[in-house]
Design a protein around this ligand. Structure first.
Ligand code: NAD
Length: 520
């Protein structure tokens, strides 16, 4: 490894790879540093039987872990919160090395994991507490809703946020009393293995969080077949196959999938602020963020000013292979991702799109670097008009009426994230409510919605099923159980009372009950 890192000792990555138990397979998967294309390590290519064994170990550990009180489990996650902050430099180096992201983008992941750990650890008791529910007949029926862990949760993660997506969805699952088996992306296994180590250091029983590495189409199906719930984050295409398999097994799943996210700038917007929002919203993590904007719609009154300023700011962005905080745009993750971005741009330009900024690969910077790119004159036939590019590329177009802006934003089979820019916040809230996306930021690209972990987050349309964050983000990992005790008299017709009389009496009770409810 020739890329120098300040915080990872030689041999650390090999030690992490050694933690994966792959007894049934001698194969391994190479892991490269996108900054240079060099090999930084290998991880085992687990066989399906290794996955089954990992889930069996997790299932055993879950028995003990779920017997701990919620507060004892919360203490572990609060210690993990501290460890992630204390050891952030190590985590940031590993993330940067294996994903090619710059440090400021990696730091968002550190914040996200700490935020989720704090939020769920401090709310778990309340979210999981047994709840008294209205009985069939007031006073005569005592009904309680309990929350039981589902058992073992399988988390399948992509490479773009290798720390966050390895652990942030696992945190509520663990707190609810489940064990977790994680399958990280082939490109980025080391961040997942490092955070697994931190969880153990925080006091989590060793087998309650296991990592299985390997190819998606081998390890993924084996994991879905063995677990009790699947938490999948990745592309819409893979999401469909995951849902199909989970459906066959009658195992519940949540799917956090791809987007084709719009940003709408109205003619009363603060243009300078909107430009900064577009810079963050389009080019964070070199555009490899599920919430990134790939479609920018700007109202005619400010279009020229926005286009000029946005292009100037885009050209100024610094791009380099660096693990320091001083660089703004990093590398694409792999040759596959690089080729996809290059092809989308080349196809659009061939079909008549105009390059306003960027547009070029930068092999002089690193093998998979691509300039932040703005295109105008993008039309329906172009691949990037509809498909997610997942790179630093955005199409920019104008519109005249507010309704047209909303219609353009909704003109997609995806519905993950959007944002609206205006100085009239009433207008902003009204337009936000008209956009069919799971999250919409007003005068903010994605930070406010993402970091509001008390509120649910996820995709409409083909962008997903289910939600992370908030109450939903934890309850999905539980089964509800209702226990009801009937006191005084049974609800069934009493013996020796003619059913006709019973029916008449019950109808009276029902009418009375309705009146009581209406008066409440
Ligand atoms: P991907 O779908 O190719 O892979 C995701 C994970 O699924 C990987 O771990 C992969 O190994 C595994 N996998 C592959 N085939 C599988 C199979 N047959 N069964 C089970 N698992 C399988 O996605 P990617 O390229 O790694 O990630 C990029 C995509 O993820 C983009 O579309 C992006 O928008 C999306 N994403 C969505 C969110 C969100 O929260 N909605 C967050 C991050 C990324």
């Amino acid at each position: 490894m020739t890329f120098q890192t300040a915080h990872i000792l030689p041999g650390t990555l090999d030690d992490l790879a050694g933690e994966v138990s792959a007894d049934e397979s001698d194969e391994s998967i190479p892991v490269d540093a996108p900054f240079t294309g060099e090999r930084i390590g290998d991880v085992p290519a687990c066989a399906p039987s290794d996955v089954t064994a990992a889930v069996a170990r997790a299932r055993t550990a879950q028995g003990e872990w779920s017997s701990w009180s919620v507060n004892r489990r919360a203490d572990v996650l609060l210690r993990c919160h501290d460890l992630v902050l204390d050891r952030q430099d190590e985590l940031l180096d590993v993330m940067g090395l294996e994903s090619g992201k710059v440090r400021q983008d990696g730091y968002e992941e550190v914040l996200d994991v700490a935020t989720n750990a704090r939020y769920y650890a401090t709310r778990a008791e309340e979210l999981l507490r047994p709840r008294r529910r209205d009985g069939a007949i007031p006073l005569a029926t005592k009904t309680i809703e309990y929350r039981k862990p589902v058992g073992v949760v399988g988390v399948i993660a992509p490479w773009n946020y290798p720390l966050t997506l390895a652990v942030s969805d696992a945190i509520p699952a663990l707190l609810a009393g489940n064990a977790v088996v994680l399958k990280p992306a082939e490109e980025t296994p080391f961040s997942a293995l490092l955070v697994a180590k931190l969880l153990r250091e925080a006091g989590l029983p060793a087998d309650a969080f296991r990592v299985v590495t390997g190819r998606g189409d081998e390890v993924g199906p084996a994991l879905i077949d063995a677990v009790d719930f699947v938490s999948f984050t990745g592309s819409t295409e893979t999401g469909r196959t995951v849902a199909e398999r989970a459906g066959e097994n009658l195992v519940k799943c949540s799917l956090e999938l791809g987007g084709k996210n719009p940003m709408v700038v109205l003619d009363d917007a603060d243009v300078a602020a909107a430009v900064e929002g577009a810079i963050r919203g389009c080019f964070t993590n070199a555009g490899q963020l599920c919430l990134s904007f790939e479609r920018l719609y700007v109202q005619d009154g400010v279009y020229d000013e926005f286009r000029r300023t946005f292009a100037e700011r885009t050209r100024e962005l610094s791009m380099a292979p660096s693990l320091d905080y001083d660089v703004e745009v990093g590398s694409l993750v792999s040759e596959r991702q690089f080729e996809k971005v290059r092809e989308h741009v080349a196809d659009a330009v061939d079909e008549g799109a105009t390059v306003v900024a960027g547009g070029n690969a930068r092999p002089d910077v690193g093998p998979y670097f691509f300039e932040p790119t703005i295109l105008t004159d993008v039309t329906e036939e172009m691949t990037l008009a509809r498909e997610e590019t997942f790179g630093p590329v955005v199409s920019l177009s104008g519109f005249s009426e507010e309704e047209e802006g909303i219609a353009l934003a909704n003109d997609s089979d995806r519905g993950l994230n959007a944002s609206v820019w205006t100085t009239d916040t009433d207008r902003g809230w009204r337009i936000a409510r008209g956009i069919d996306c799971g999250t919409v930021g007003i005068n903010d690209p994605y930070h406010a919605t993402w970091a509001s972990v008390d509120a649910p987050m996820g995709g409409m349309k083909d962008s997903g099923i289910g939600r992370r964050h908030g109450r939903e983000g934890m309850r999905k990992y539980t089964e509800s159980q209702t226990v009801a005790e009937q006191r005084v008299a049974s609800l069934a017709p009493p013996r020796r009372v003619p059913t006709k009389w019973y029916a008449r009496a019950m109808s009276g009770v029902m009418r009375l009950y309705k009146r009581i409810e209406e008066a409440r």
